[in-house]
Design a binder for this molecule. Structure first.
Ligand code: DQA
Length: 147
């Protein structure tokens, strides 16, 4: 089963959207680096983006049976969506939260994340590399410690 990588609103604009905060990397660049990293680690990825909260909720619901784990950058819905949190809480799969920017270094309204309440952990502030770190975290969780 693939690792589902979910991207929320406005992340389709990466590369041109506030590059001083989010960098020049496009979402397609991130998709490609996720596919490369996942292949190296022995996983398939299903990489998606939506600007629509309900669509993201539906994808999380589907992940209950179809995904190995989830990597979620819910973008602005991180800070607003109880619906997305509830869907993630109902999904019995490991969730890793990712943000490109360091949300704790920004406006106060970005400091609270609903997604975090359903996540094993959160990676923020490392730009596109955060997705690679999240894939490595899932691989590490799946690998029993050496005796
Ligand atoms: C973001 C941070 C959010 O606060 C913001 O609304 C985004 C992107 C990030 O990846 O840094 O759209 O999730």
């Amino acid at each position: 089963r693939p690792i589902l990588i979910l991207n929320g609103p406005n992340l389709n604009l990466l590369g041109t959207r506030q590059p001083e905060i989010y960098g020049a990397t496009t979402l397609d660049d991130i998709r490609q680096s996720c596919a490369r990293t996942a292949a190296r680690l022995g996983y398939a990825v299903d990489f998606r983006q939506s600007n629509d909260e309900g669509t993201l909720v539906t994808w999380v619901q589907e992940a209950r049976t179809s995904a190995h784990a989830l990597i979620v950058n819910a973008a602005a819905y991180t800070h607003t969506s109880v619906a997305l949190l509830d869907a993630l809480l109902a999904c019995d799969r490991p969730v890793i939260e990712v943000h490109l920017s360091n949300i704790h270094r920004r406006e106060a309204f970005r400091h609270h994340s609903y997604v975090s309440q359903a996540a094993l952990g959160m990676i923020c502030g490392f730009g596109a590399h955060g997705y690679v770190l999240a894939l490595q975290a899932i691989a590490a969780l799946d690998t029993p410690p050496a005796q």
